[in-house]
Design a binder for this molecule. Structure first.
Ligand SMILES: Nc1nc2c(ncn2[C@@H]2O[C@H](COP(=O)(O)OP(=O)(O)O)[C@@H](O)[C@H]2O)c(=O)[nH]1
Ligand SMILES: [Mg+2]
Length: 239
């Protein structure tokens, strides 16, 4: 039997592509016999993304969670997981802009289903993975970001926003809702046993705009500081 899972897509101004993505996911679930639920967490996008998802909820395995304003990517994913249907045994995240190749998703589900892994990470940085059209500046930023987190995990693509984790691996784990990198929180703090990286080629968005800005880079450094402090300071203390 297929492993029931919930995948959360945080959105802010993704009206240009969200319908195509949700239809593609529904087709993928049907083709591969996946028992997936999609929750779109929309932060009152001025471009009407939330209303598009509400309309599609009548015909696709998707529902929208509406928040009153732009509250951040990671906190959106966590809010979506809290709203996941009870039968979902795995929780995941992906972006709304087609950067994450949905063809990797059935492999991620299969990895968890096999029982060998508690976490499957869509990865740009293992053989077969890559980045197709990012500007050099973004590639360097991403590489440095991963390097800075190296001591925290053996996972190569530690800043990936595309992953699926067993629900019980993060139950009771305090995930910091700061910034963009919810994947790093899960990778650094989850009790998932073994992780596997599933290669995919990241493709930069062709519709809409990136929401990554300097503030999110500072948030990432703060997040790293907290994770290192939690590892290095005596038990029970944090920075
Ligand atoms: N709900 C919500 N989603 C967000 C927020 N910031 C970014 N996102 C979504 O998070 C995903 C990744 O953002 P994106 O701008 O593509 O970042 P990039 O790929 O690093 O350039 C997209 O689906 C965005 O719409 C936010 O504050 N709230
Ligand atoms: Mg993007």
């Amino acid at each position: 039997m297929a492993l029931p899972f919930t995948i959360v897509i945080p959105t802010y101004n993704e009206a240009g592509g969200i319908e195509r993505l949700l239809r593609s996911l529904a087709d993928l679930f049907a083709t591969h016999g996946l028992d997936g639920e999609v929750i779109v967490v929309d932060d009152n996008s001025p471009d009407g993304t939330g209303a598009i998802v509400d309309r599609l909820a009548a015909e696709l395995p998707v529902r929208a969670l509406h928040r009153p304003g732009k509250l951040g990517l990671s906190s959106g994913v966590i809010a979506g997981w809290k709203a996941a249907r009870p039968q979902s045994q795995a929780l995941g995240a992906m972006d709304a802009d087609f950067s994450h190749d949905i063809a990797a998703l059935p492999k991620m589900v299969a990895a968890l289903e096999s029982g060998a892994y508690g976490l499957a990470v869509g990865s740009r940085y293992v053989p077969g993975g890559g980045i197709s059209n990012w500007p050099k500046r973004r590639i360097v930023t991403s590489r440095v970001a991963c390097l800075l987190a190296r001591p925290l995990s053996a996972v190569k693509d530690v800043t990936s926003g595309f992953f699926l984790v067993k629900r019980d691996a993060i139950e009771g784990v305090e995930l910091d809702p700061i910034g963009f990198k919810i994947g790093l929180e899960v990778i650094a703090k989850g009790h998932y046993g073994k992780a596997v990286e599933i290669p995919y080629v990241f493709t930069d968005r062709v519709v809409g705009e990136s929401k990554l800005n300097e503030k999110e880079i500072v948030n990432y450094l703060k997040q790293l500081g907290k994770l290192y402090a939690a590892r290095l300071l005596p038990h029970g203390r944090s920075a």
